[in-house]
Design a protein around this ligand. Structure first.
Ligand code: ATP
Length: 350
C-alpha cells in the first residue's frame, strides 16, 4: 500500500524536532553527571483504531503518560494518517535511534509497527550504524480485539500498560515470517488460513460494530465455504496432504477474533510456532463447539490436530482455489505461503 508522502514527511519532521530537544536534554544530564540518560520513546497511535476510540482514549491519556514517564523519557507522539503509515513511522524512528517504539491501538497497528522493525529481510539499524543498539517494541493495547495482549493476560487498560512501560522490563520474543503473494510479512500473534482468514477479512468491514464484527465476519465467511484439501510441508520434510481443512492457524500468540483461544499451546518465548489444523468442520460444529474456542479446550476435539514447528509451507492440492491468508488479523492474500519462526527476534516491553 502507498503512504502519503506529505504525511510521512510530517511524521519525520515531528520526530526530528523532538530528537533535537532530546539531544539537548541528554547533554544537560551528562553535564550534571547524576541522572541516567533520558530514553527516546516513540508512541505510534492509530487514531482510527477501535472505531475511533483509540484516538479519544489517547487524547485523555497523553497528559498522564507525560507525567508518569516524562521524568526519564522523551515522549514522541506520532499519529498515523492511514493504513501502513505506522510501518514508515517506525522505520524512521529506529533509524533516528529511538530506544522504544510503542504501538498504541489494536493488533493491526501492532502488526504494522512490528513490520517497521524490518526492511528487505533484515532488522533496521540506526543511521549512526550501531546495529547492536536495539530498539524495543512496546504496546498500549487499545484496539477492538487486542488479541496479542491476551496471551500475557493483559487487558485493554492503558494505565496498566503505562505501568509496564515505566518498569521497563524487556524480554526477547519470537516473530513469524511469512513469504506469500504479498512478499515478506512479519507477524507477532497468529497467521491463519482459509475460513478464519476469510472471516477476518469480512470482520474488518464491520469494525464499527465493535466485537460483534467477528460474529458478522464469521457468518458472512460461512456462506459458500467449502473445506479444502491442502498440502503441508513441516520443517522441510515431505509434503503431506490434509483433507477437508476448515482452517489452519499458526500461533506465536494464543488468541484471535476478539478472545478465541485457538492456539492454546502457543508461547511467544518458546522459539517455535504452534500449528493448529481444523478438519471437516461444518457451520453447526462452530455453534456447538464455540465455547471450546473461548475456553481454550479446542485441542480436545477429534478433528483438531496440533504440533510445534520451526517452518511450514502450505498450498492447495489441486487448482488455484482462492484460499484466504491473514496474519495478525490483516488480509495477506491467498495460498501458497511459506512461514518460519525468527526466535527471539524482537525485544518486547513486558
Ligand atoms: N489514520 C488511519 N485511518 C484509517 N485507518 C488507519 C489509520 N491508521 C491505521 N489504520 C488502519 O487501521 C487498521 C486497524 O487498526 P487497529 O488494529 O489499531 O484497530 P482495530 O482493528 O480496532 O483493533 P484489532 O486489530 O485489535 O481488532 C489497521 O490495519 C491500520 O492499517
Amino acid at each position: 500500500m502507498t503512504v502519503s508522502a506529505v504525511a510521512l514527511r510530517k511524521s519525520c519532521v515531528l520526530f526530528v524536532k523532538a530528537e533535537q530537544s532530546s539531544a539537548l536534554e541528554r547533554s544537560s544530564d551528562r553535564a550534571w553527571g547524576t541522572s541516567p540518560p533520558r530514553r527516546n520513546f516513540v508512541f505510534v497511535v492509530n487514531p482510527r483504531g477501535a472505531n475511533g476510540r483509540t484516538g479519544r482514549e489517547w487524547n485523555k491519556l497523553l497528559p498522564y503518560l507525560r507525567t508518569r514517564l516524562g521524568g526519564q523519557h522523551n515522549i514522541h507522539e506520532s499519529l498515523t494518517s492511514g493504513p501502513s503509515h505506522a510501518v514508515d513511522i517506525t522505520r524512521e524512528a529506529i533509524r533516528e535511534g529511538a530506544d522504544a517504539v510503542v504501538a498504541v491501538g489494536g493488533d493491526g497497528t501492532l502488526h504494522e509497527v512490528l513490520n517497521g522493525f524490518f526492511w528487505a529481510g533484515k532488522p533496521i539499524c540506526p543511521i549512526d550504524g550501531d546495529c547492536k543498539r536495539t530498539t524495543t517494541l512496546g504496546l498500549i493495547p487499545l484496539g477492538t480485539g487486542s488479541d496479542f495482549a491476551r496471551t500475557f493476560g493483559w487487558k485493554n487498560d492503558p494505565h496498566d500498560a503505562i505501568e509496564r512501560i515505566a518498569k521497563g522490563l524487556r524480554s526477547k520474543i519470537d516473530v513469524g515470517l511469512i513469504n506469500g503473494s504479498s512478499g515478506d510479512q512479519y507477524f507477532i500473534n497468529i497467521a491463519d488460513i482459509h475460513l478464519s482468514a476469510k472471516a477476518g477479512y469480512y470482520s474488518s468491514k464491520y469494525k464499527s460494530f465493535g466485537n460483534l464484527c467477528y460474529v458478522f465476519g464469521a457468518l458472512r465467511a460461512f456462506f459458500g465455504h467449502h473445506n479444502h484439501d491442502l498440502k503441508i510441508k513441516v520443517n522441510g520434510q515431505d509434503w503431506k496432504v490434509y483433507d477437508k481443512v476448515t482452517a489452519l492457524c499458526i500461533g506465536n500468540g494464543r488468541f484471535f477474533g476478539g478472545g478465541m483461544e485457538v492456539v492454546p499451546t502457543a508461547d511467544p518465548t518458546s522459539g517455535k510456532l504452534e500449528v493448529v489444523i481444523l478438519q471437516g468442520f461444518r457451520w453447526y460444529d462452530f455453534i456447538l463447539k464455540l465455547y471450546k474456542l473461548y475456553n481454550g479446550s479446542l485441542l480436545s476435539e477429534k478433528r483438531v490436530f496440533s504440533r510445534s514447528i520451526k517452518s511450514i509451507e502450505v498450498a492447495v492440492v489441486e487448482g488455484k482455489g482462492d484460499i484466504f491468508v491473514q496474519s495478525d488479523g490483516e488480509h495477506l492474500g491467498f495460498l501458497p505461503i511459506k512461514c518460519s519462526v525468527l526466535p527471539g527476534a524482537i525485544d518486547f516491553l513486558m
